[in-house]
Design a protein. Structure first.
Length: 209
């Protein structure tokens, strides 16, 4: 079973990784439901964190100790605490995984942590706003690689705005090849337009269910 390593930290924005965890864990729309993902909570310490939604989450493993294999993914959700020095272990883990060919998916505030560490300086990326990256991340030098889109994939790095959880998930599903192309496009159409034809297309793309 593949693993989705979800980094958890105080003020985690609950809704941002929701589509990812729901679909990859349930396997309901994956091209092979037997290859569903297990969600592994990882943290910089073993302490329980509190999300923006008031949920209490406890890490199962320290992020510095994770050893992903091909097919796994590290998800870095948004939070208000990404520029805290306490997140250095997460940044180092992200750099290690990117160098090792493992997908890293960062959304909203997590992109600030990567930007300030220089991990976006030479990779196509997006965030909430380029001016915010320059304002809050004094070490950021990646302006020429910024793409004004809801979500962007550059090889093993996926980045997204905090206002684009659907597009964030779409890019990760596409990078992992978790869904068939027809299922992926129908899923994206349904969650972005809410039109019934996409629901029928989604169901029709799963002939063996």
């Amino acid at each position: 079973m593949h693993k989705l390593y979800l980094y958890i930290l105080d003020t985690l924005a609950d809704w941002e990784p929701g589509h990812l965890t729901a679909e990859l864990c349930s396997g309901r729309y994956m091209k092979d439901p037997a290859l569903r993902y297990s969600v592994v909570l990882c943290g910089s310490t073993e302490k329980t964190v509190t999300t923006l939604g008031g949920l209490y989450l406890t890490p199962e493993v320290l992020i510095r100790d994770i050893q992903p294999v091909p097919g796994d993914v590290l998800v870095l959700p948004g939070a208000d605490t990404w520029l805290d020095p306490a997140q250095v272990s997460a940044i180092r883990a992200a750099a290690r995984l990117l160098d090792g060919g493992i997908p890293v998916a960062a959304v909203c505030g997590a992109t600030l942590g990567l930007a300030n560490a220089g991990l976006l300086d030479n990779r196509l990326h997006t965030s909430n706003d380029p001016a915010a990256l320059k304002m809050f991340c004094p070490n950021y030098r990646g302006e020429n690689f910024y793409v004004n889109e809801p979500a962007v994939t550059d090889n093993n790095l996926i980045t997204a705005s905090g206002l684009a959880p659907v597009e964030f998930a779409y890019h990760v599903f596409r990078r992992l090849e978790a869904m068939s192309p027809a299922t992926l496009e129908a899923w994206h159409g349904l969650f972005t337009t809410r039109q019934p034809e996409y629901f029928h297309a989604l169901m029709g793309s799963l002939p063996n269910r």
